[in-house]
Design a protein around this ligand. Sequence first.
Ligand SMILES: [Zn+2]
Length: 161
Amino acid sequence: MAPSVRVRLGKKAKEGPCAVCPHAILKGVVHAAVLRAFGLSQKGVPKWRGEHVHLACLPAFLIADYTRYVDRQKKPRGRQAGSSPFKLEPEQLAERKHLIRTRARLLRLVLATSDKDRIARLKERVVKVQSELGKYGGAPRQNMMRRGEEDRAELEEKLGM
Ligand SMILES: [Zn+2]
């Protein structure tokens, strides 16, 4: 999220610390009360954190907040290249990928039909692909798959596996 800061000027009701410099903000001094957004809570509500700074310290505060945003390290999503848990040679990895794609395609075909004979034939192929996959690290883990709960339940029911 882009840096979002709300600034309100006001007289300090009581002496307190400045978020930028080590000097206190004295009672009665016009200062900036700053609210910073820190992402969203689990309920999706933006979380705000309030801080107080001297007016003279406000530019430094805003620049620091901007830098915090610009410099933050975005964690790349998904599995990182070379982090495969399987100790496979590149050709084996390619074969594994091919088998996983084939398996996914077959499962999609199973989901698309209610023809019992067709499902039985598809199941044979799925079983074959899965046993092949055994040589290449086994079937993908459930939590690595993007299939929804409903589809999973339907597959279990249709394939009995
Ligand atoms: Zn200050």
